[in-house]
Write a protein that binds this ligand. Structure first.
Ligand code: BMA
Length: 858
């Protein structure tokens, strides 16, 4: 008798074909014996676009305007088919479930020619009982996907649904329809893994492991699981005695030793329920506060003493809370991990590619690795994408990064008055909560992106006249589901959310805040109900506005920067790589292209060619984010988080991302190694005003040492230096000294110096500043000498003559990891940069290009 649950992976090569709607009878195409030899091979998980690119049936969609050429895909009916072999045991009652982790979107599923069900939601998994249909030997599965228009063409449209009118009724990644950083590419296909699960007698369901309390001596872990019989009614009746179900629950450390456990836990009323006490626990921490230690939690189900099912997953012991008040009783928005405050540093995550199903796992791993390398401890999975794949949370759990998880409702009204729609939403919410609630990394559930805030704005401006459709989802349905299924982490209804004294939901005094004064030019403060104002002027959009923002938590803010040269050249037709080309304009999906120009005009000056555009936009983004984040961190008595909009790109466009589509970081990422470092040395300064020197300490230790200020002329001569005693308590910031411009300039002009902050007696990265904006600083030519060490795969760059600004290293290759890039060098100063690639050991260093804004090699 087979006792273990077993699962057969049905992912891999399937076949696809398309038809016009109504061209074929479904039962003919679904027939088990259909001859599909001439269908097209397609990888599952994946999607139709990716399969057609793979076989050169469509042109690569990110090259030039090719995305528009593949629009015909969304008009067709698409079919997927596969076959598999099975051995059934005639002696045992076996139960079979066919599980799809992701179907995009309106699917009808057939097993051996029989229709087993339909689905209408890309954003959840779907399971079908196929016990009566699968047979020993050869079996066939077919899945039909309808074009979306069949499902929304008769539906009402709403007066608000950003970027497209059709999406409110469709539970599908919103960004598929185009966003302000990506083109419309409406995917279709099997985007998650597929498996056939076999069980006998009973199965485990809905495992829930919740850390109830932690201390250095003891962690209390509450574990529950539902136990469900898979015996048929008839067989259950035939048995003389009911099955006796018990569970063993074990927590194993990394070396496989059991640290807590219970055996023969009785299952009562279909529920196994126990509490484990773990003495001297190793807690799960974010990578910056400790080690993200993962145990293995194992639950084994026995029926009459025989093992029938088993759950085994990594598990991190930790508690997470969101404090809405601080110890002084003031409003706050602070994540508390294991009782310790976390200053959240990170960025917003969008789907890692437009073709979500075809993203290799390595891309998730590398993006999370880069986040950690950039000192980020939180990523926000933004509402316009998907609830991410398991691999994303695996990496965040493993690498110690917290996740702010939005529910997938972005920038639109949703038909919360429709029962079918709400049933669908309820299933989606429950499905994802059950899937993700055991994740150590998962810190917050958030109801939606910007809907409460923008509903107010758009109503006030008259763009919306209808009621707040969708409100019942974020304010009734989701909290009600969470109350039943997951009380172990906080819920926040929207981002941004929270208001006081008549302010709108983007109030800096309550809850989280999106700063779109910078870049989008939103005028603040704004009262609830007031028509929103935009200021498209240099002063309206400048990043200097960040200092006016005293938000409790900054969950979105940012500005555009160019993608790297390789990313642009690879994806644009020859002759289009120039500033102002139609192809460059096509990369930018934002509503008003003037915003980026205004930002640069006020800071670097308007670029005249593509080289200047790449440098100026990258420098503006890097310095702009630094300006904002250093400010937010200096006011950490009140502000508890800074999440940049946005971490990554889903296609090779121009956007707010810090890392471009080819996984090449922009200048801001390297700046982030300093501005997100747990110990930040920072200069607060405006032209003509005093220089105040700050140290921000996010660590759990007191910092003691000295802070040195060095001032250099542009030729590298040190003209001033001073030293200041530092003592900064844990998780706080402190103004260390204040000096006047006159004092440090020593008779020079402010345009002619660079200021450097260096730590002594404690480890923190040095930080460098110019006292005037780049457009006003006339840097002399600097010469760069470059020494390549092939063996070490490293490059040493030395500057001479003058300070070299924004020294950049470029290789015509994606995914290259430079240990440093886009930095400034003093004359005589050298920097050695190591290069790595996740798959290549030897990089084409002869093709390396090294330059600075004011200098080149030679
Ligand atoms: C916010 C985000 C996204 C958008 C970004 C830039 O609105 O939530 O919707 O892409 O700003 O405009």
């Amino acid at each position: 008798m087979k006792t273990h649950s077993s699962s057969q992976d049905l992912s891999g090569q399937w076949k696809i074909q398309h038809f016009e709607v109504g061209e074929k009878r479904a039962m003919d195409v679904a027939a088990a014996a259909l001859d599909d030899r001439f269908w097209i091979g397609a990888e599952v998980p994946g999607d139709v676009h990716a399969a057609l690119v793979e076989r050169s049936i469509i042109d690569p969609p990110y090259y030039g305007h090719n995305d528009a050429k593949s629009r015909w895909i969304e008009q067709k009916e698409w079919w997927y088919r596969t076959t598999f072999n099975l051995v059934r045991d005639a002696e045992t009652e076996e139960h079979f479930e066919l599980v799809f982790e992701g179907l995009d979107t309106f699917a009808t599923i057939y097993v051996n020619g029989h229709e087993v069900g339909k689905t209408a939601n890309m954003l959840m998994s779907h399971a079908f009982d196929v016990t009566s249909l699968v047979r020993s030997g050869w079996n066939a599965i077919a899945v039909k996907f309808d074009p979306l228009h069949l499902h929304h063409r008769d539906k009402e449209t709403f007066d608000w649904s950003s970027y497209t009118k059709e999406r409110p009724w469709l539970r599908k990644a919103a960004m598929n329809f185009g966003w302000d950083w990506g083109p419309r590419m409406v995917t279709v296909g099997i985007w998650g893994t597929v498996r056939l699960e076999k069980r006998t007698i009973a199965k485990l369901e809905n495992m829930y492991a919740r850390t109830e309390s932690v201390s250095s001596e003891l962690a209390v872990l509450h574990v529950t699981a539902d136990v469900k019989s898979v015996l048929s009614y008839r067989n259950r009746q035939k048995r003389e005695q009911a099955v006796v179900a018990t569970c063993n629950v074990r927590l194993l450390d990394r070396s496989g030793h059991e640290v807590a456990g219970v055996t023969e836990l009785p299952v009562e009323g279909g529920i196994a329920d126990t509490t484990l006490n773990v003495t001297s626990p190793q807690l799960w921490w974010t990578h910056d506060l400790g080690e993200p230690y993962l145990y293995t939690l194992e639950v084994t189900l026995f029926a009459d003493g025989v093992e029938v099912d088993r759950y085994s997953e990594p598990y991190g012991l930790r508690t997470i809370e969101l404090a809405l008040h601080n110890e002084r009783g003031e409003d706050a928005f602070t994540f508390i991990l294991n009782g310790v405050k976390v200053y959240a540093k990170g960025a917003n995550w969008i789907p890692a590619d437009h073709l979500i199903g075809a993203i290799p796992n390595s891309r998730y791993r590398e993006l999370v690795e880069l986040s950690v390398e950039g000192h980020m401890n939180m990523l926000r999975v933004w509402a316009g994408g998907i609830y991410e794949k398991d691999v994303f949370y695996d990496e965040c759990d493993r690498q110690g990064v917290l996740v702010w998880q939005d529910f997938a409702f972005a920038n639109a009204l949703f038909p919360d008055f429709n029962r079918d729609f709400m049933d669908n939403v309820r299933q989606e919410v429950e499905n994802n909560v059950l899937r993700l609630r055991n994740r150590a990394s998962l810190a917050l559930w958030c109801g939606n992106n910007e809907i409460d805030w923008l509903y107010d704005m758009k109503s006030a401006s008259g763009d919306i006249t209808s009621p707040f459709y969708g409100e019942l989802i974020y304010h009734e349905l989701i909290p009600e589901v969470l109350e039943r299924l997951d009380l172990s982490r906080p819920y926040w209804p929207s981002s941004p959310f929270g208001d006081s004294n008549g302010q709108d939901a983007n109030d800096p005094d309550v809850g989280d805040r999106h700063n779109w004064q910078v870049w989008h030019g939103s005028v603040y403060p704004r009262k609830h109900g007031e028509p929103p104002l935009l200021d498209y002027s240099i002063e309206g959009v400048t990043f200097k506005n960040y200092k006016k923002d005293h938000a409790l938590f900054s969950s979105e803010f940012g500005m555009h920067a160019s993608a790297n040269r390789y990313t642009l050249e690879k994806n644009m037709p020859a002759g289009q790589f120039y500033w102002g080309s139609p192809e460059m304009a096509y990369r930018n999906k934002d509503t008003n292209h003037q915003k980026g120009i205004l930002l640069m005009e006020g800071y670097t000056g308007i670029p005249q060619n593509i080289e200047e555009y790449m440098n100026y936009s990258m420098l503006t983004q890097a310095e702009g984010l630094r300006y904002g984040i250093e400010h937010f961190r200096r006011i950490n008595h009140r502000n508890s988080g800074a999440l940049v909009w946005q971490l990554n790109d889903s296609w090779p466009g121009t956007s707010w991302s810090m890392i471009d589509y080819e996984l090449l970081p922009k200048a801001s990422f390297y700046y982030g190694k300093i501005f997100f470092h747990p110990i930040l040395l920072s200069l607060e300064h405006e032209p003509g005003e005093p220089l105040t020197l700050w140290v921000v300490n996010d660590t759990r230790d007191v910092l003691k040492g000295e802070l040195r200020l060095n001032v250099y002329a542009l030729n590298g001569e040190k003209i001033y230096s001073s030293s200041h005693v530092v003592e900064v308590t844990s998780q706080s910031s402190r103004c260390i000294a204040e000096l006047t411009e006159v004092q440090v300039l020593q008779g020079r002009r402010a345009e002619e110096v660079m200021v450097e902050l260096v730590s002594e007696g404690f480890a923190a990265p040095s930080n460098r500043y110019f006292l005037r904006d780049p457009k006003d600083v006339k840097l002399p030519e600097s010469q760069l000498s470059v020494h390549v060490n092939e063996e070490e795969q490293s490059v040493t760059v030395t500057a001479s003559g003058a300070i070299a600004r924004l020294v950049k290293l470029e290789l015509p290759l994606g995914r290259v990891r430079f240990s440093d890039n886009y930095f400034d060098l003093l004359p005589g100063e050298s920097r050695t940069v190591r290069l790595r690639h996740p798959e290549q050991t030897s990089l084409p260093l002869t093709e390396l290009r090294v330059s600075a804004m004011n200098g080149r090699e030679g």
